[in-house]
Design a protein around this ligand. Structure first.
Ligand code: NAD
Ligand code: IPM
Ligand code: MN
Length: 352
């Protein structure tokens, strides 16, 4: 039995993860999976009650005993400093060395696209976001806090090892999938040290991949191009912060936060999967959040573990839901979170 940790977290994280679990179990009824889903309660509620975010031993437990982790989202207005999310989410990414943040941007139906005259062929690329360094390392400090002379320093860390491995992973992905273009976005015109490293490293690694076009963009121009000519892109690789920002933009190109899935991959260890969206306190607890991003995240997890048939069942069912408009309201449907999940599960159960 492979163990999968399931950590729904906060807000809509709990609602959508429940639907993702249902989808996994629905495929299991058709084609049995040798997996066990183990629920874990880490999140704001536990933090507020006990002060525990995620204990150090938990990471070892993941490394030793788990095949993958499925997360919902973390963020709660009662924890304004977001301490628990930093520990649980960023802690898991850093401590398990999940250096590849894999965020596909794929338009499933033209009707969802906010851009004029773009088809499903125009919006189909993958963002590889560096996931273990950059400005997320939490190095810095505040001097003379609360005074007019206050100074805040927030460092960005770029290591040769960290930059090179994510760039190489992006090229390897392109090669494996017969793609011909890799774009890298930095801000080396303003950040002359760290992003100069990105720039040099990108063209050095590119030399190992003849037949793949390596194209450099400044991040501002890449953001512009994502909106103007998204068909330009096949693979994008960038740093942690820029990757965070452009994947929310990418989610909109697909139809919104309710559709975007992501994987946090350690190619040599246990990986974690989560939707791109957050805990959405503005809509939490009302059964209106779109569960599709979480369900597609479950699909990604199953695919990663090699359960291709089960993953395909989920993908087909989501496509049927889209085609029949069995969707939540922000996409023009009239279903609740649970009802949308139920519909997708019913399609999975009748899949042949
Ligand atoms: P968010 O992604 O939670 O929400 C942004 C907007 O998208 C909101 O209007 C929300 O209602 C909508 N939205 C998000 N998911 C949706 C869904 N499944 N269906 C329908 N609409 C959806 O981002 P935010 O509001 O900036 O952040 C809220 C909290 O979540 C913050 O605490 C933030 O730090 C946290 N966050 C966590 C993660 C994570 O755990 N991976 C990711 C992003 C944000
Ligand atoms: C994401 C989120 C996180 C990030 C936050 C919650 C720290 O926005 O997963 O995209 O910035 O990585
Ligand atoms: Mn984000």
């Amino acid at each position: 039995m492979k163990k999968i940790a399931v950590i729904p977290g906060d807000g809509i994280g709990t609602e959508v993860t429940n639907e993702a679990k249902k989808a996994i179990l629905a495929t299991n009824a058709k084609k049995p999976l040798d997996i066990e889903l183990v629920d874990m309660e880490y999140g704001a509620e536990k933090f507020l009650k006990t002060g525990v975010t995620m204990p150090e031993e938990q990471y070892d437990d993941f490394r030793k005993n788990y095949s993958a982790i499925l997360m919902g989202a973390f963020g709660d207005p009662r924890v304004p400093g977001n301490e628990h999310a930093k520990d649980i989410l960023l802690g898991t990414r850093f401590k398990l060395d999940l250096y590849v943040n894999f965020r596909p941007v794929k338009l499933l139906d033209e009707k969802f696209c906010p851009l004029k005259n773009k088809t499903v062929n125009d919006i189909d690329f993958t963002v590889f976001r560096e996931n273990t360094e950059g400005v997320y390392v939490g190095i810095g400090g505040i001097f003379k806090k609360g005074t007019p002379d206050e100074v805040a320093v927030q460092e960005e860390i770029n290591t040769r090892k960290g930059v090179e491995r994510i760039i190489r992973y992006a090229f390897e992905f392109a090669k494996k999938n017969n793609l011909k273009k890799v774009a890298m976005a930095d801000k080396s015109n303003a950040m002359q040290f760290g992003h100069n490293l990105w720039n040099r490293c990108f063209f050095e690694v590119a030399k190992e991949f003849s037949g793949i076009q390596a194209k450099h963009f400044y991040i501002d121009a890449l953001a512009m191009m994502m909106i103007r000519n998204p068909e330009e892109f096949e693979v994008i690789v960038t740093n942690n912060l820029f990757g965070d920002i452009i994947t929310d933009m990418g989610a909109q190109l697909q139809g919104g936060m309710g559709l975007a899935a992501s994987g946090n991959i350690n190619p040599a260890g246990v990986s974690m999967f989560e939707p791109v969206h957050g805990s959405a306190p503005d809509i939490a607890g009302r059964n209106i959040a779109n569960p599709v991003a979480a369900i597609l995240t479950a699909e990604m997890l199953l695919r990663h573990l090699g359960y291709l048939q089960n993953a395909d069942m989920i993908e087909r069912a989501v496509r049927v839901a889209i085609q029949k408009n069995k969707l939540t309201r922000e996409l023009g449907g009239d279903l609740g979170t649970k009802e949308c999940g139920d519909f997708i599960c019913s399609v999975i159960k009748s899949d042949n």
